[in-house]
Structures are given as C-alpha cells and as structure tokens.
Design a protein around this ligand. Structure first.
Ligand code: ASP
Length: 417
C-alpha cells in the first residue's frame, strides 16, 4: 500500500482536485491521501494558510477579519461548485465563528481541515481527524511513538487525512512548521509500513541543480535519504529533515513525483545503493546570503568561535581544519550588532555564498582537487573548502557575486555527462 500526499500547489483549484483524483484512482494500492490547504494559483495569489493566519491575527487584535475570511471561503466555494459538490457553508461558518479567541495553530489548521472535508466528499471516503492520531506534547513537540501507534490503530483502510496538524494531550490543536503536511504523510507511511510515500509536487522531482542556474539540469532518478538530507541542509529547497526521518527509520522509500505529468518517474529516495552503483556525485546545491567568519586556531580563535555559537547566531555551517575554524551565518537572520561583535580577530567576508557537491560516491581522493580546479577554471577562488570525514558532500565558500558561476562550474565538473 502507498500513502500519497498532495501539496498546496497540487490542490489549488478544482482542476487540481480532479487531477489528484485521477492519480489516486490509477493505482488501487493508494490507500491514504494526505492533503495540504490550497496554495497559490498564480504568482501574487494567496495561500489559504496565510489568509487564515491573517484572519486569526486580525481577530486577536479586535480588527475585522470578515473581508480576509471571505477570500479564503470563496476559494473553497468555487472548488466545491466546479466539482459539483454542495457548498461547504456549515464548515465555513464553523471556522468563521471559531476565529475570535482561537490560537494561530487552530486557525491555520482549518485550511487542511476544510480541504480534507471537501476531498473526502469528492472521493466519497472517510476523513480521519488528525487530532485523534497526530499527538504533540504540552510544549508542542511531536510525540512520535504515540503518534505511530495511533495512526496504526485508527487508519482502517482507504481514507483522507488532513496534513500539518494534530493535538496535544489537552486537546489543543498544534501544527508542524510550514510545509508540515509532508511530516504527516511520512508518519502515516511509516506507521502503516507502506511500500512507498508518494509526495506529489509541482516540480519534476529533486533536480541535480537549480534549473534557474543550470537550465539543462534534470531530476535525479534516485538518491539516498542521507543525500537528500545533505541537499536540504546545504541549501536546496526540498523536504525538511522532519519529513524524511520517519521514512528513513521505517525504511519506507519516498517518491517525489510530478503532479502535472504523473507518468514521469520523479525521484526515488531510499536507504542505499546496490553494489553495482558507480561512485559519483548526484547533485550540486548552495546558499547565497551568508556571512563568513574565519579564525586562525593559534591565539584563541577556538574560544571566539565558541562564543559565537553560544550567542545563538543563525549558524549555517561550522567547518574546522588544522589551522582555522570557519563559521558561516545566514545573513538575513543575523542581527547586525551580533555580526559586528564577531568581527574581532576574525577574517570576515560579509557577502558570501556556499557551493556544494553532494553524493555518497564522492571520492575523498579526488573531490577536493577536482572542485578546486573547476572553481579556479571559472576564475573563482574558494575561501574555504570543507569535506566531512565520511564524504557525502564537499562545500566551498565563494564571494556572493560568484554564486551562479560557482554552481555552474561545480555542475560541469561533477555532473555534466
Ligand atoms: N498549509 C501549510 C503551509 O502552507 C502546510 C503545508 O502546506 O504542508 O505551510
């Protein structure tokens, strides 16, 4: 059996609901459908979740929220009408009336709830209420073991499960971080020991490089959980670690699949390659908008780095080599005063970017030499180069303006056939 999850983009309109149904019905093995709240229909459009957060904050400040709520309600009414379903007026009224005094989590969760209600009517399937199966503790942290047990006990067969939220022991609604329906899907797939967790998205899969920088980059056919995790940590916007960890633990493969072309294979994420796999890189990624600090180890640099870490600055990465410690910080999130305080005795670069090559098969013997040659061939000078002892990735820090050139040079050196 499979768990399949449809994200906001894959449920943004009635046409998208129809497409989701076609995909669902094409394979009887699909048993649990996890849904997000409808997302943007076009650039500049509003996500239902954002609208609901805005309603809650207006209601909490005693401002009117009717005009905001109407924009969300209209989307659900339109989808229902186009699908030939009755208007979800009772559900909408319930949400509208619940908003004064509601928590932000309750308000935001109503997007998934309304969407799940609509989908369950459309597919004529039961809907499981997430507050019964996704359990948080009083501090808002997921209680994974308890949740897995509840999911196993409560999911009887084919059903719709709204993503993104659950409840704590006192019954208060709690949400995962943004994009958290992916976590719900992973938990359901792990609990039911599914053959796969399918994540239907509006991209063709996980790309070997950002297609805005490398236009001919293709989706990677398959990769390991470790590679996906490294890609996310190093800058690629794929699934967050929380959304992969339950699958990894249960050994359930993740399929990132393109919603608009369901016949395309997308990307398969699994535990490991067979012995026939040739050693290689699978993707390049990176992050612009970071600041670099480098301390020579001689003269107390280590203590300063420790101060920086203890100050709770938005750490991007920490790399150590024989004579220096390098820290990269995510610039937009770093308070300027804190960045200044760190200037003391460090070598600094305010506008930096990291370029990384990822792959279980990267060879330690050759990666650093190949990467340095590629960057210098493109006229770039790596300001720090780091590869962890276990391999998996190699990262260079470059000047921010060289970021696109760095990504292209890395792609050409490691991935271009
Ligand atoms: N609707 C939520 C969000 O916009 C959760 C999700 O889409 O997974 O972040």
């Amino acid at each position: 059996m499979r768990v399949c999850k449809f994200g906001g983009a894959a449920l943004r309109s009635a046409a998208a609901f129809r497409q989701a149904r076609t995909i669902w019905e094409a394979d009887a093995g699909r048993q649990v459908m996890v849904v997000s709240a409808p997302g943007k229909r076009a650039e500049g459009d509003e996500k239902i979740t954002d609208l609901l957060y805005a309603c809650q904050s207006a209601a909490a400040d005693g401002r009117g929220y009717g005009h905001l709520f109407d924009r969300a309600a209209q989307r659900f009414r339109e989808i229902a009408a186009e699908l030939g379903l009755p208007a979800p007026d009772d559900d909408l009224r319930q949400v509208y009336q619940g908003l004064p005094g509601a928590s932000p989590a309750w308000a935001a969760s109503r997007g998934e709830w309304l969407c799940g209600r609509l989908m369950s009517r459309y597919l004529e399937l039961p809907m499981i209420e997430p507050e019964r199966v996704i359990r948080f503790d009083a501090a808002g942290r997921l209680m994974a073991e308890e949740t897995l047990g509840l999911l196993r006990a409560e999911i009887p067969g084919p059903c719709v499960l709204p993503g993104f939220y659950g409840a704590d022991g006192a019954g208060a609604i709690r949400v995962f971080p943004r994009g958290g329906s992916d976590v719900t899907a992973a938990l359901a797939a792990a609990a039911l020991n599914a053959d796969a967790c399918e994540n239907w998205k509006d991209v063709a899969g996980v790309y070997a490089a950002d297609p805005r920088l490398v236009p001919d980059a293709r989706p990677v056919p398959d990769m390991t959980y470790r590679e996906l995790r490294a890609l996310s940590l190093l800058g690629a916007q794929v699934l967050c670690d929380e959304a992969v960890a339950p699958l990894r633990r249960a050994g359930v493969p993740l399929l990132v699949r393109p919603f608009n072309t369901p016949e395309a294979p997308g990307t398969r994420v699994h535990a490991g390659y067979g012995p026939e796999r040739r050693a290689s890189a699978i993707a390049v990624t990176g992050r612009a908008g970071i600041a670099l600090r480098r301390w020579e180890r001689i003269g107390g640099g280590g203590a300063l780095a420790e101060t920086a870490l203890n100050a709770g600055l938005p750490l991007d990465r920490l790399a150590a080599d024989a004579d220096a410690l390098c820290l990269t910080l995510r610039r937009p999130e770093a308070p300027p005063a804190a960045l200044d305080a760190l200037a003391d005795r460090s070598w600094r670069l305010e506008h930096a970017a990291s370029v990384s090559v990822v792959g279980e098969g990267l060879s330690r013997a050759d990666a650093a030499a190949r990467f340095t040659a590629a960057l210098s061939g493109a006229g770039l000078r790596p300001l720090s180069l780091h590869m962890p002892p276990e391999g998996l990735y190699i990262t260079a820090v470059v000047e921010e303006e060289s970021f696109p050139a760095g990504i292209r040079a890395a792609y050409d050196a490691f991935l271009r056939a």
